[in-house]
Design a protein around this ligand. Structure first.
Ligand SMILES: [Zn+2]
Length: 356
Protein backbone atom coordinates (compact mmCIF):
# COMPACT_ATOMS: atom_id res chain seq x y z
CA UNK A 1 0.00 0.00 0.00
CA UNK A 2 1.59 3.27 -1.02
CA UNK A 3 1.57 6.30 1.24
CA UNK A 4 -1.44 7.97 -0.39
CA UNK A 5 -3.51 4.79 -0.23
CA UNK A 6 -2.55 4.23 3.40
CA UNK A 7 -3.49 7.82 4.25
CA UNK A 8 -6.83 7.29 2.55
CA UNK A 9 -7.45 4.00 4.40
CA UNK A 10 -6.45 5.51 7.77
CA UNK A 11 -8.71 8.50 7.18
CA UNK A 12 -11.60 6.23 6.13
CA UNK A 13 -11.23 4.18 9.31
CA UNK A 14 -11.21 7.32 11.43
CA UNK A 15 -14.29 8.64 9.64
CA UNK A 16 -16.09 5.35 10.35
CA UNK A 17 -15.08 5.51 14.02
CA UNK A 18 -16.26 9.12 14.25
CA UNK A 19 -19.56 8.30 12.56
CA UNK A 20 -20.49 6.12 15.53
CA UNK A 21 -19.37 8.68 18.15
CA UNK A 22 -22.07 9.21 20.79
CA UNK A 23 -24.26 12.29 20.62
CA UNK A 24 -22.69 13.50 23.88
CA UNK A 25 -19.56 14.34 21.86
CA UNK A 26 -21.50 16.68 19.60
CA UNK A 27 -21.25 20.45 19.72
CA UNK A 28 -21.85 22.21 23.00
CA UNK A 29 -23.18 25.72 23.32
CA UNK A 30 -20.31 28.19 22.95
CA UNK A 31 -20.16 31.54 24.69
CA UNK A 32 -21.09 34.22 22.18
CA UNK A 33 -19.99 37.79 22.87
CA UNK A 34 -22.94 40.16 23.07
CA UNK A 35 -21.39 42.28 20.31
CA UNK A 36 -21.66 39.42 17.82
CA UNK A 37 -25.31 39.81 16.94
CA UNK A 38 -24.82 43.51 16.25
CA UNK A 39 -21.98 42.97 13.78
CA UNK A 40 -24.32 43.58 10.84
CA UNK A 41 -27.41 45.58 11.68
CA UNK A 42 -29.62 46.60 8.77
CA UNK A 43 -32.20 49.20 9.77
CA UNK A 44 -35.64 47.84 10.72
CA UNK A 45 -37.70 46.93 7.67
CA UNK A 46 -34.73 46.95 5.33
CA UNK A 47 -33.94 43.24 5.35
CA UNK A 48 -35.60 40.03 6.47
CA UNK A 49 -33.41 38.41 9.09
CA UNK A 50 -33.19 34.63 8.85
CA UNK A 51 -30.76 32.26 10.55
CA UNK A 52 -28.49 29.66 9.02
CA UNK A 53 -30.36 27.07 11.09
CA UNK A 54 -33.39 27.72 8.85
CA UNK A 55 -31.48 25.63 6.31
CA UNK A 56 -30.31 22.96 8.80
CA UNK A 57 -32.35 22.92 12.01
CA UNK A 58 -29.69 21.02 14.00
CA UNK A 59 -27.63 24.26 14.06
CA UNK A 60 -30.34 26.15 15.98
CA UNK A 61 -29.10 27.79 19.17
CA UNK A 62 -25.58 26.37 18.83
CA UNK A 63 -22.21 27.91 17.95
CA UNK A 64 -22.76 27.42 14.20
CA UNK A 65 -25.97 29.42 14.02
CA UNK A 66 -25.57 32.86 12.50
CA UNK A 67 -27.74 35.58 10.92
CA UNK A 68 -28.65 35.70 7.23
CA UNK A 69 -30.04 38.96 5.80
CA UNK A 70 -32.35 38.85 2.77
CA UNK A 71 -33.12 42.05 0.89
CA UNK A 72 -35.77 41.99 -1.82
CA UNK A 73 -35.23 44.34 -4.73
CA UNK A 74 -37.76 46.77 -6.15
CA UNK A 75 -38.01 44.67 -9.33
CA UNK A 76 -37.69 40.89 -9.72
CA UNK A 77 -34.40 39.55 -11.02
CA UNK A 78 -31.58 37.18 -10.14
CA UNK A 79 -30.39 36.30 -6.63
CA UNK A 80 -26.98 37.39 -5.36
CA UNK A 81 -25.43 35.69 -2.33
CA UNK A 82 -22.51 37.24 -0.44
CA UNK A 83 -20.79 35.13 2.22
CA UNK A 84 -18.10 36.54 4.54
CA UNK A 85 -16.40 35.41 7.73
CA UNK A 86 -15.64 31.93 6.45
CA UNK A 87 -12.30 32.52 8.18
CA UNK A 88 -12.80 34.57 11.34
CA UNK A 89 -9.68 36.71 10.98
CA UNK A 90 -10.38 37.81 7.39
CA UNK A 91 -12.05 40.98 8.47
CA UNK A 92 -12.29 43.04 5.24
CA UNK A 93 -14.93 40.68 3.87
CA UNK A 94 -16.94 40.89 7.09
CA UNK A 95 -17.00 44.69 6.97
CA UNK A 96 -17.80 44.68 3.23
CA UNK A 97 -20.72 42.32 3.93
CA UNK A 98 -22.00 44.61 6.68
CA UNK A 99 -21.96 47.58 4.27
CA UNK A 100 -23.88 45.54 1.68
CA UNK A 101 -26.46 44.49 4.27
CA UNK A 102 -26.84 47.98 5.73
CA UNK A 103 -26.44 50.51 2.94
CA UNK A 104 -26.69 49.10 -0.56
CA UNK A 105 -30.01 49.45 -2.39
CA UNK A 106 -31.28 46.56 -4.47
CA UNK A 107 -33.03 47.98 -7.51
CA UNK A 108 -33.47 44.61 -9.20
CA UNK A 109 -33.13 41.04 -7.94
CA UNK A 110 -32.45 39.84 -4.45
CA UNK A 111 -29.43 40.17 -2.15
CA UNK A 112 -28.68 37.58 0.52
CA UNK A 113 -25.84 38.41 2.94
CA UNK A 114 -24.24 35.97 5.39
CA UNK A 115 -21.78 38.24 7.23
CA UNK A 116 -20.30 35.59 9.58
CA UNK A 117 -20.38 32.21 7.90
CA UNK A 118 -18.33 30.59 10.68
CA UNK A 119 -19.53 32.22 13.90
CA UNK A 120 -17.51 29.82 16.03
CA UNK A 121 -14.28 30.87 14.31
CA UNK A 122 -14.98 34.48 15.30
CA UNK A 123 -15.09 33.54 18.98
CA UNK A 124 -11.43 32.82 19.80
CA UNK A 125 -7.92 33.95 18.78
CA UNK A 126 -6.16 32.09 16.00
CA UNK A 127 -3.57 29.73 17.55
CA UNK A 128 -1.10 30.29 14.68
CA UNK A 129 -1.60 33.99 13.97
CA UNK A 130 -3.34 35.59 16.97
CA UNK A 131 -4.64 39.08 16.23
CA UNK A 132 -6.71 41.58 18.19
CA UNK A 133 -9.89 40.14 19.73
CA UNK A 134 -11.87 42.74 17.81
CA UNK A 135 -11.49 45.83 15.69
CA UNK A 136 -13.62 48.95 15.84
CA UNK A 137 -14.72 51.49 13.27
CA UNK A 138 -16.01 54.91 14.26
CA UNK A 139 -19.42 55.90 12.89
CA UNK A 140 -21.67 58.90 13.42
CA UNK A 141 -23.56 56.87 16.04
CA UNK A 142 -20.48 55.53 17.87
CA UNK A 143 -17.96 52.73 17.60
CA UNK A 144 -18.83 49.62 15.61
CA UNK A 145 -17.11 46.50 16.91
CA UNK A 146 -16.29 43.54 14.69
CA UNK A 147 -14.85 40.38 16.20
CA UNK A 148 -11.43 39.30 14.95
CA UNK A 149 -11.15 35.57 15.36
CA UNK A 150 -9.44 32.51 13.98
CA UNK A 151 -9.19 30.65 10.69
CA UNK A 152 -10.91 27.49 11.91
CA UNK A 153 -13.88 26.50 14.06
CA UNK A 154 -13.14 26.60 17.80
CA UNK A 155 -12.04 23.04 18.72
CA UNK A 156 -14.52 22.80 21.60
CA UNK A 157 -17.39 23.65 19.22
CA UNK A 158 -16.63 21.02 16.61
CA UNK A 159 -18.22 18.24 18.64
CA UNK A 160 -15.49 15.75 17.81
CA UNK A 161 -11.73 15.75 18.25
CA UNK A 162 -9.37 16.46 15.36
CA UNK A 163 -8.10 13.30 13.71
CA UNK A 164 -4.55 12.97 12.38
CA UNK A 165 -5.72 13.40 8.79
CA UNK A 166 -8.54 15.26 7.05
CA UNK A 167 -9.86 13.68 3.88
CA UNK A 168 -11.07 16.31 1.42
CA UNK A 169 -14.74 15.64 0.49
CA UNK A 170 -15.04 13.63 -2.74
CA UNK A 171 -11.28 13.27 -2.98
CA UNK A 172 -8.46 10.93 -2.03
CA UNK A 173 -6.26 13.86 -0.98
CA UNK A 174 -5.56 14.34 2.70
CA UNK A 175 -4.45 17.27 4.81
CA UNK A 176 -3.68 17.96 8.47
CA UNK A 177 -6.61 16.78 10.59
CA UNK A 178 -7.37 20.29 11.86
CA UNK A 179 -8.61 21.16 8.36
CA UNK A 180 -11.83 19.37 9.33
CA UNK A 181 -12.52 22.67 11.13
CA UNK A 182 -11.79 24.81 8.04
CA UNK A 183 -15.16 25.77 6.58
CA UNK A 184 -13.67 26.36 3.14
CA UNK A 185 -12.55 22.74 2.88
CA UNK A 186 -15.86 21.15 3.82
CA UNK A 187 -18.32 21.87 1.00
CA UNK A 188 -20.85 20.57 0.16
CA UNK A 189 -20.94 19.47 3.83
CA UNK A 190 -22.86 16.77 5.66
CA UNK A 191 -26.03 17.16 7.75
CA UNK A 192 -24.65 14.72 10.34
CA UNK A 193 -20.98 15.79 10.27
CA UNK A 194 -18.94 17.81 12.74
CA UNK A 195 -20.03 21.42 13.27
CA UNK A 196 -17.94 22.78 10.38
CA UNK A 197 -19.30 20.25 7.92
CA UNK A 198 -22.86 20.98 9.08
CA UNK A 199 -22.34 24.74 8.58
CA UNK A 200 -21.05 23.96 5.06
CA UNK A 201 -24.12 21.80 4.44
CA UNK A 202 -26.46 24.59 5.58
CA UNK A 203 -24.77 27.12 3.27
CA UNK A 204 -25.03 24.68 0.35
CA UNK A 205 -28.71 24.19 1.21
CA UNK A 206 -29.26 27.97 1.32
CA UNK A 207 -27.75 28.33 -2.16
CA UNK A 208 -30.01 25.59 -3.49
CA UNK A 209 -33.21 26.60 -1.68
CA UNK A 210 -32.90 30.30 -2.49
CA UNK A 211 -32.02 29.63 -6.13
CA UNK A 212 -28.80 31.66 -5.93
CA UNK A 213 -27.55 32.79 -9.34
CA UNK A 214 -24.30 34.56 -8.37
CA UNK A 215 -22.34 33.69 -5.20
CA UNK A 216 -19.35 35.29 -3.51
CA UNK A 217 -17.10 34.06 -0.69
CA UNK A 218 -15.08 37.02 0.65
CA UNK A 219 -11.63 36.20 2.08
CA UNK A 220 -8.27 37.65 3.00
CA UNK A 221 -4.80 36.14 2.88
CA UNK A 222 -1.22 36.45 4.02
CA UNK A 223 0.10 39.49 2.06
CA UNK A 224 2.95 37.33 0.73
CA UNK A 225 0.58 34.61 -0.54
CA UNK A 226 -0.15 34.20 -4.24
CA UNK A 227 -3.77 34.60 -3.17
CA UNK A 228 -3.36 38.29 -2.30
CA UNK A 229 -5.46 40.49 -4.64
CA UNK A 230 -7.06 37.63 -6.54
CA UNK A 231 -10.45 36.41 -7.77
CA UNK A 232 -10.85 32.64 -7.95
CA UNK A 233 -13.75 31.61 -10.18
CA UNK A 234 -15.46 28.34 -10.88
CA UNK A 235 -14.31 27.36 -14.40
CA UNK A 236 -17.88 27.63 -15.74
CA UNK A 237 -17.98 31.36 -14.95
CA UNK A 238 -14.36 32.43 -15.29
CA UNK A 239 -15.23 34.65 -18.27
CA UNK A 240 -17.21 36.97 -15.94
CA UNK A 241 -14.21 37.23 -13.63
CA UNK A 242 -11.90 38.02 -16.55
CA UNK A 243 -14.26 40.79 -17.76
CA UNK A 244 -14.45 42.18 -14.23
CA UNK A 245 -10.67 42.27 -13.91
CA UNK A 246 -10.45 44.49 -17.02
CA UNK A 247 -13.16 46.75 -15.63
CA UNK A 248 -11.38 47.00 -12.25
CA UNK A 249 -8.05 47.71 -13.94
CA UNK A 250 -9.59 50.72 -15.67
CA UNK A 251 -10.40 52.14 -12.25
CA UNK A 252 -6.94 51.49 -10.85
CA UNK A 253 -7.63 48.20 -9.04
CA UNK A 254 -5.34 45.39 -10.10
CA UNK A 255 -6.73 41.91 -9.37
CA UNK A 256 -5.46 38.58 -10.69
CA UNK A 257 -7.87 35.86 -11.75
CA UNK A 258 -7.60 32.10 -11.43
CA UNK A 259 -9.92 29.15 -11.97
CA UNK A 260 -10.83 26.67 -9.22
CA UNK A 261 -8.36 23.79 -9.35
CA UNK A 262 -9.68 20.26 -9.96
CA UNK A 263 -8.19 19.26 -6.60
CA UNK A 264 -8.49 19.62 -3.70
CA UNK A 265 -12.26 19.45 -3.46
CA UNK A 266 -14.37 21.03 -0.74
CA UNK A 267 -13.66 24.71 -1.55
CA UNK A 268 -16.57 27.12 -1.91
CA UNK A 269 -15.92 28.36 -5.46
CA UNK A 270 -15.53 24.80 -6.73
CA UNK A 271 -18.39 23.10 -4.91
CA UNK A 272 -21.00 25.89 -5.02
CA UNK A 273 -20.46 26.24 -8.77
CA UNK A 274 -20.37 22.52 -9.50
CA UNK A 275 -23.27 21.65 -7.19
CA UNK A 276 -25.76 24.36 -8.17
CA UNK A 277 -26.67 26.75 -10.94
CA UNK A 278 -24.78 29.55 -9.14
CA UNK A 279 -21.83 31.31 -10.71
CA UNK A 280 -19.28 31.12 -7.89
CA UNK A 281 -16.42 33.48 -7.02
CA UNK A 282 -13.92 33.88 -4.19
CA UNK A 283 -12.32 37.29 -3.57
CA UNK A 284 -9.05 37.69 -1.64
CA UNK A 285 -7.42 40.84 -0.30
CA UNK A 286 -4.17 40.83 1.72
CA UNK A 287 -4.48 41.25 5.49
CA UNK A 288 -1.16 42.44 6.98
CA UNK A 289 -2.08 40.80 10.31
CA UNK A 290 -2.16 37.42 8.59
CA UNK A 291 1.53 37.56 7.67
CA UNK A 292 3.44 34.44 8.63
CA UNK A 293 5.30 34.83 11.95
CA UNK A 294 7.64 36.47 12.78
CA UNK A 295 6.20 39.09 10.44
CA UNK A 296 3.07 40.80 11.66
CA UNK A 297 1.06 43.83 10.69
CA UNK A 298 -1.88 45.96 11.63
CA UNK A 299 -5.23 44.60 10.44
CA UNK A 300 -6.76 48.08 10.30
CA UNK A 301 -4.17 50.84 9.97
CA UNK A 302 -1.42 49.32 7.84
CA UNK A 303 -0.18 52.24 5.71
CA UNK A 304 0.01 50.27 2.45
CA UNK A 305 -3.03 48.04 2.84
CA UNK A 306 -5.41 49.70 5.32
CA UNK A 307 -8.73 48.02 6.06
CA UNK A 308 -10.56 50.81 4.22
CA UNK A 309 -8.68 50.05 1.00
CA UNK A 310 -9.25 46.28 1.29
CA UNK A 311 -12.96 46.71 1.98
CA UNK A 312 -13.31 49.09 -0.95
CA UNK A 313 -11.62 46.57 -3.26
CA UNK A 314 -13.90 43.78 -2.02
CA UNK A 315 -16.95 45.92 -2.77
CA UNK A 316 -15.65 47.11 -6.14
CA UNK A 317 -14.91 43.50 -7.12
CA UNK A 318 -18.43 42.36 -6.22
CA UNK A 319 -19.85 45.28 -8.24
CA UNK A 320 -17.63 44.58 -11.28
CA UNK A 321 -18.42 40.86 -11.32
CA UNK A 322 -22.17 41.42 -10.92
CA UNK A 323 -22.01 43.86 -13.79
CA UNK A 324 -20.10 41.33 -15.93
CA UNK A 325 -22.56 38.54 -15.03
CA UNK A 326 -25.48 40.76 -16.03
CA UNK A 327 -24.08 40.91 -19.57
CA UNK A 328 -24.96 37.26 -20.06
CA UNK A 329 -28.41 37.41 -18.46
CA UNK A 330 -31.74 38.46 -19.98
CA UNK A 331 -32.79 41.91 -18.83
CA UNK A 332 -35.52 40.57 -16.52
CA UNK A 333 -33.02 38.28 -14.75
CA UNK A 334 -30.38 40.78 -13.74
CA UNK A 335 -29.08 42.03 -10.40
CA UNK A 336 -28.90 45.80 -10.07
CA UNK A 337 -27.37 47.27 -6.90
CA UNK A 338 -27.18 50.97 -6.16
CA UNK A 339 -25.09 52.85 -3.67
CA UNK A 340 -22.10 50.55 -3.35
CA UNK A 341 -19.52 53.06 -2.07
CA UNK A 342 -16.61 53.51 -4.48
CA UNK A 343 -12.97 53.40 -3.33
CA UNK A 344 -12.87 57.20 -3.74
CA UNK A 345 -15.94 57.67 -1.54
CA UNK A 346 -14.52 55.36 1.14
CA UNK A 347 -11.17 57.17 1.06
CA UNK A 348 -12.90 60.54 1.36
CA UNK A 349 -15.46 59.64 4.07
CA UNK A 350 -14.08 56.58 5.86
CA UNK A 351 -15.71 53.19 6.34
CA UNK A 352 -17.84 54.44 9.22
CA UNK A 353 -19.81 56.70 6.89
CA UNK A 354 -21.23 53.58 5.22
CA UNK A 355 -22.15 51.66 8.36
CA UNK A 356 -25.18 52.11 10.60
ZN1 LIG B 1 -9.89 32.68 3.83
Amino acid sequence: MNHTMRSFADASLLLILLAVAPQSMRAEEAPCPASFFAEARPAPGRARKAMLSDYLPSLAGGPGDTPVFIIEGRKPGATLFVCAGTHGNEIAGVVAAAILAERVEVDQGRLIVLPRANRSAASYPDPDKPGPSSISIGTAKGERVFLYGARRTRPEDEGRPDTSLFLYPGSKLTQNGNEARNLDRNYPGKPDGGLTSRVAFAISALIEKEGVDVAFDLHESDPESKLAWIIVANPKNIDCAAMAVLDLESSGIRMAVDASAAEPRGLSHREWGDGSKAMAFLVETPNPAQAAPPLSGDAVNDPERPLSRRVSVQLATVAAIVSACNEGLPEESRIVLEGIPSPGEITASGLGAFLE
